[in-house]
Design a protein around this ligand. Structure first.
Ligand code: MG
Length: 170
């Protein structure tokens, strides 16, 4: 059984994952409106991945007999000054998500809920990837500065990103 406290915390995490999805969809649409179609594609894949994250928690809770509660999703920003600002925001956000996952880990550990800990391990590993991919793109964009043709090249590369269903759902 999942404790009431953990159930509430997991429901908050589902909301946070869906908020992340919304944030990345907003970034995708902003990039699309500025003809940065590769960046738009990259964030569109990110939006799909975040929905997978929410789904993994939902499935896990159902399997353990815990009640999923869908809460309202807060408003997200809708415009960014440039791609660098966008990816810096994405990186900051992922660092926050990592901290949230760690808090869940601490709670599950303190309750001796080893099953939840086992599920959370996938998210701990996933966050390493999430932070690294955003940080790498921030580095690239900082290097590019205002050089439009380099930004165009980065945009083209990011546009090659393919969506792959998250491991636990595959
Ligand atoms: Mg996520």
């Amino acid at each position: 059984m999942i404790s009431k406290d953990l159930q509430n915390a997991l429901n908050d995490q589902i909301n946070a994952e869906l908020w992340s999805a919304y944030l990345y969809l907003s970034m995708s649409l902003d990039a699309e409106s500025k003809t940065l179609n590769g960046i738009a594609r990259w964030f569109f894949v990110q939006w799909m991945e975040e929905q997978d994250h929410a789904r993994i928690f939902q499935k896990y809770m159902s399997e353990r007999g815990a009640k999923v509660e869908l809460k309202p999703i807060a408003t997200v920003p809708k415009e960014w000054k440039n791609p660098l600002e966008m990816f810096k925001d994405a990186l900051d956000h992922e660092v926050e998500v990592t901290a949230m996952i760690y808090d869940l880990v601490k709670m599950a550990a303190s309750e001796g809920d080893f099953t939840t800990l086992s599920r959370l391990q996938w998210f701990i590993d996933e966050q390493v990837e999430e932070e690294k991919s955003a940080a790498d793109i921030v580095t690239e964009l900082e290097r590019a500065g205002k050089d439009y043709s380099t930004i165009r090249d980065i945009d083209a590369t990011l546009g090659q990103r393919e969506y792959k269903k998250a491991g636990p759902l595959a």
